[in-house]
Ligand binder design. Structure first.
Ligand code: TYM
Length: 335
């Protein structure tokens, strides 16, 4: 069995990038009988990015509903909320004490914040919390608490998985045993990075996302109409290579549909019409899921029950490991 684990930070409304890059392939993987899937809402990570409590809570419900509406079976997969697992922050501290500070200095998210400050001649650490600095250690704890072998993520997360390996190795070496297996990042090559409205990576931080469900079909259509295109008029052949519109279509269509759409673009169909084709293709995949999503969002208590059951399953794995680790570092209990 392969233990596959991944999480999503609960700071925003799920968008097409999260769905195509993380949720859809993860749900597919969970249907493989050889796979032992661990999927969770990273709500402790959310606190690093947002101090808006209402938003963190709403996002957690929306992301939970998205996994379930997308077809995740919580009886097969272990589906939970990070903050329901006290072993995660506990392990984080054990890992913190073997993690080199210099390793964390090199983390992309922290370095980007420091570089921004230096550019405006500020104190390099201005506005940087210890939470942002410790982000990779919390993520290592998420992965190592379950000894996951395979971690499907987008490219932006690769460095964090490498750090988790580093930290695991350091712990194993310090305490002289193979407590942790080395996790591997898994990137779906066909999926890679979904572009947003402006052609850059679809991301909450660029404000260029296409929400998956929020606002219904109307909002989906309106947002698709905002995808940036070049100025070629109807009748002029269009490039498919770096058109965000085409890349998004491709992520939702069969190879035959993709070829037909590329032909239509090269044949000079207008951008407005192309956007309508994209909308209809997306809507046919999204509409049935949106119905399930809306039903789930109306029953948050049911989702809570599902997450609690998932947390109990997850803790049954993490708790014995933490017992072993506590003993290994000298924190054994005599009771
Ligand atoms: P987060 O919440 O930023 O993103 C969740 C997942 O979605 C992927 N992703 C994308 N993939 C393709 N195209 C896009 N435009 C796009 N935008 C986002 C991300 O790469 C990610 O896989 N730190 C993590 C959450 C986390 C985690 C973990 C992941 C916490 N602990 C342990 C794996 C294992 C994060 O903030 O992802």
């Amino acid at each position: 069995h392969t233990r596959v684990l991944t999480g999503i930070t609960t700071t925003g409304t799920p968008h097409l990038g999260n769905y195509v890059g993380a949720i859809r392939p993860a749900i597919l993987a969970s249907k493989d009988p050889q796979v032992d899937a661990f999927y969770f809402m990273a709500d402790y990570h959310a606190l690093i990015k947002s101090d808006d409590a209402a938003r963190v809570e709403a996002s957690r419900l929306q992301i939970t509903a998205t996994w379930l509406a997308g077809g995740l079976d919580p009886n097969t997969a272990t589906f939970y909320r990070q903050s329901d697992i006290p072993e995660v922050p506990e392990l984080m501290w054990l890992l913190t004490c073997v993690t080199a500070k210099g390793l964390l200095n090199r983390a992309h998210a922290y370095k980007a914040a420091v570089d921004r400050n230096l550019e405006i001649h500020e104190d390099p650490d201005a506005g940087v919390t210890a939470g942002l600095y410790m982000y990779p250690v919390l993520m290592a704890a998420d992965i190592l608490a379950f000894n996951a072998n395979k971690v499907p993520v987008g490219r932006d997360q690769i460095q964090h998985i490498e750090m988790a390996r580093d930290i695991a190795q350091r712990f194993n070496h310090t305490y002289g045993r193979e407590f942790f297996v080395m996790p591997e990042a898994h990137i779906e090559e066909q999926v890679a990075t979904l572009p947003g409205l402006d052609g850059r990576k679809m991301s909450k931080s660029y404000d260029n996302t296409i929400p998956l469900f929020e606002g219904g079909a109307k909002a989906l259509r309106e947002t698709i109409m905002k995808i940036v295109t070049d100025s070629r008029a109807p009748g002029e052949p269009k490039d498919t290579d770096d058109a965000a519109l085409f890349t998004i279509f491709k992520a939702f269509a069969t190879p035959a549909e993709t070829v037909a759409f590329a032909d239509a673009l090269r044949g000079g169909i207008g951008w407005g019409e192309a956007k309508q084709v994209l909308f209809e293709r997306l809507e046919s995949e999204i509409a049935p899921m949106r119905e399930r999503y809306d039903a789930l969002m109306a029953r948050p208590d049911d989702m809570e029950d599902i997450l609690h059951t998932g947390a109990a399953k997850a803790r049954a794995i993490a708790a014995p490991l933490l017992e072993t680790l506590r003993e290994a570092v000298g924190l054994r209990s005599y009771r």
